[in-house]
Design a protein around this ligand. Structure first.
Ligand code: MSP
Length: 652
């Protein structure tokens, strides 16, 4: 796809402003953003368009319900979309509103042209009309007398209207779709469209609504008693935006350059309007058709259709507040292949964050940056040779990614990238830099291992940038690289050896802190409460007064500490000496060496008893105690935090 690789023009559907944005809107818009960012990094001029569909009955009805005029309603609602796209780091170059004067003029101009060409006719019409869907149906379309799409009641309507002679394009559409295999994707959807076109007589399209019934629309230029059917108006946005919304410099430089689009991304429910109405409108106007229309699947929520009445509509703002924009973006494309239906649940989202992001990717970055600090004082070392296997895996990723992104297969692209993540983690485990660091004769090998690991991180920052622009920028800066990772060009950036030895790295906060499951937490909490209650009861029954008051507890000063350094205490398999920042730096010795490696501890946040009398363990002074839990079976786990809090914070 993208045969005409001089430019990349991508669109999302324009969204109705009758309601606030949900996961469905986020899905298409983020997909378009990933492709736009990717193609910018390929060096192509990119025009990424999104916007709002503001005319028609749905919007008029929503406005009336809220006691507003339609325009005032649109002006208020449009900000919900604009603000959400900002929060999600959506990099659209333009935002079209179908109430824009320039769009209205373009629609009117094109309607006039079709009329002049004899492709629009006025007819008297009687049909079944579905008000919520704003569509006419024939008698035989109806299912048990109701709308075949939404199953709601239809109304019999008899009126005069204008028709676009769409039926003339039935055979041309079939030929075009068959002759251009990449035009409608995925393949299964293309076959559905072809099946529809081959087995039904394509009717003409009613493109007007009498003003007496609906006034909120673009007036027909040739008949003031009618407004334009909302879909006819909306579909033209993709073209009209190229007339007035392309960035000025580009517009002057590139003239008519932007049309046609590379991809129109749409949900499966609006494929027919795009594949049939839009394509035949373009054929009639003698304009080139887009390179591709891609229909993605739908999200259900916890196995159910998302709906306001069920109350399971996923609020994107809430997801961003809880988990961050990048994790939310990533989840949508890692979890389900684009084109398939998927099921959303917060549990699944947390699982992905904890496994793919915190454990695999985040931990890799944390380990590498910590070891660079520890073994090379935070500098990228000069390697002692090239790690050929690693290099060829990394160098190969550019081709794999390009194939996957060209086919709009985000899932595949992420699979390839995760191949590199897991290879890097395994490479570190098997090379064991902490062992290499101990002997003078393995210092050269240590330099190669650490250089290669850091170089893999640089590759990952570049490859993942379109998916997670914020976190990859953080990683880029932690690696000591200048500028914006999104300014990197794939051709030159994805070449092994690009990382300059000597670069000063800047280890920061962990990229993806682990999320404790709210469910599990809640269960543990109720369980603990029950235990405490039982314990108290037992104690009272036995006359034991071993309970402490809050004032006793308040004497224990617990603080959050950041582990800066960790190493084994010589000749002890149990003790680890740590330098911990609890607001002030202190040395703590803990008996956790049988379960934890020092490298694991560096960079973590722990809970420390800060006002404990200093003690000596195997001759090493400990100023405080780390909190850990142990059970009867000898399992040990240090206490951490489920969300990031500044070190030095009091625990109470
Ligand atoms: N205004 C029209 C599009 C006109 S384009 C010229 C429209 N607007 S909409 O606000 O209803 O947007 C719907 C978009 O969100 C569609 O692409 C639709 O497929 C998508 N989704 C709505 N619910 C969805 C899910 N539950 N899951 C995934 N996408 C879904 O239609």
């Amino acid at each position: 796809m993208n045969g005409n690789a001089r430019k990349f023009y991508i669109t999302t559907p324009i969204y109705y402003v009758n309601d606030i944005p949900h996961i469905g809107h986020v899905y298409t818009t983020t997909a378009a953003d990933i492709l736009a960012r990717y193609n910018r990094m390929k060096g192509l001029p990119v025009f990424f368009l999104t916007g709002t569909d503001e005319h028609g009955q749905k919007v008029e009805k929503a406005a009336i319900e809220r006691g507003r005029t339609p325009k005032v309603h649109c002006d208020i609602m449009v900000d919900n979309f604009r603000n959400l796209w900002k929060r999600l780091d959506i990099s659209n170059n333009a935002f079209i509103r179908t109430t824009d004067t320039e769009h209205v003029k373009t629609v009117q101009g094109l309607l006039q042209r079709l009329l002049d060409m004899g492709l629009i006719e006025k007819r008297s019409y009687s049909g079944w009309y579905c008000v919520p869907d704003e569509r006419f149906w024939t008698e035989k379309d109806l299912v048990e007398g109701n709308c075949p799409d939404c199953c709601r009641q239809v109304e019999q309507i008899l009126e005069e209207n204008y028709f676009f002679l769409m039926s003339q394009y039935q055979d041309k559409l079939i030929d075009y779709i068959e002759g251009h295999p990449g035009y409608i994707l995925p393949e299964t959807r293309k076959n559905e469209v072809l099946g529809f076109l081959k087995n039904n007589a394509l009717g003409d399209l009613c493109i007007s609504r009498p003003k007496s019934r609906l006034s909120w629309g673009i007036p027909l230029p040739f008949d003031p008693d009618f407004v334009t059917y909302v879909w006819f108006d909306a579909l033209l946005n993709y073209f009209s935006a190229t007339r007035y919304l392309v960035p000025d410099a580009d517009r002057a430089r590139l003239g008519d350059f932007w049309w046609p689009a590379t991809h129109h991304l749409v949900g499966k429910d609006i494929l027919t309007t795009h594949a049939v109405y839009w394509s035949s409108m373009l054929m009639a106007l003698g304009m080139p058709l887009p390179e591709n229309i891609f229909a993605h699947g739908w999200w259900t929520v916890d196995g159910k259709k998302m709906s306001k009445s069920v109350g399971n509509v996923v609020d994107p703002d809430e997801m961003i507040d809880k988990y961050g924009a990048d994790a939310f973006r990533f989840f949508l494309f890692r979890e389900v292949p684009f084109g398939h239906d998927g099921d959303f649940s917060e549990d699944a989202l947390i699982r992905r964050i904890n496994t793919d992001l915190a454990n695999d990717f985040g931990n890799l970055a944390g380990r590498v940056l910590t070891m660079l600090d520890k073994y090379f004082e935070g500098r990228v070392p000069e390697p002692d040779g090239v790690e050929e296997d690693f290099k060829s895996l990394a160098d190969g990723i550019k081709i794999h990614m390009d194939e996957a992104m060209g086919a709009v297969d985000f899932h595949k692209a992420l699979e390839h990238i995760w191949g590199l993540v897991s290879c890097a983690n395994k490479y570190i485990d098997s090379s064991a830099p902490w062992v290499l660091a101990k002997k003078p004769e393995t210092q050269g090998r240590l330099r190669t291992v650490m250089y290669s690991s850091a170089e893999a991180l640089r590759f990952l920052a570049v490859c993942l940038c379109p998916f997670m622009p914020d976190r990859t920028q953080a990683l880029w800066e932690q690696l000591g690289l200048e500028g914006a990772v999104s300014d990197a060009r794939l051709d030159s950036a994805l070449v092994w050896g690009g990382l300059q030895p000597g670069l000063a790295t800047r280890r920061g906060e962990s990229l993806f802190p682990r999320i404790e499951r709210p469910g599990a937490e809640l269960k543990a909490e109720t369980h603990k409460k029950k235990e405490r209650k039982e314990e108290k009861l037992k104690m009272t029954e036995q006359g034991i007064v071993d309970v402490i008051g809050i004032e006793d507890f308040a004497r224990v000063q617990l603080k959050v500490g950041l582990v800066l350094e960790a190493e084994r205490v010589p000749k002890s398999d149990k003790l680890i000496r740590m330098k911990v920042d609890t607001g002030e730096e202190r040395q703590i010795v803990a008996g956790i060496g049988k379960v934890y490696e020092p490298e694991y501890l560096i960079g973590r946040k722990i809970v420390v008893v800060a006002n404990l009398k200093p003690a000596k363990l195997m001759g090493v002074e400990s100023h405080g105690m780390l909190l850990a839990a142990t059970d009867d079976e000898g399992n040990l786990s240090i206490l951490g935090l489920d969300r990031d809090v500044k070190h030095g914070a009091r625990v109470k």
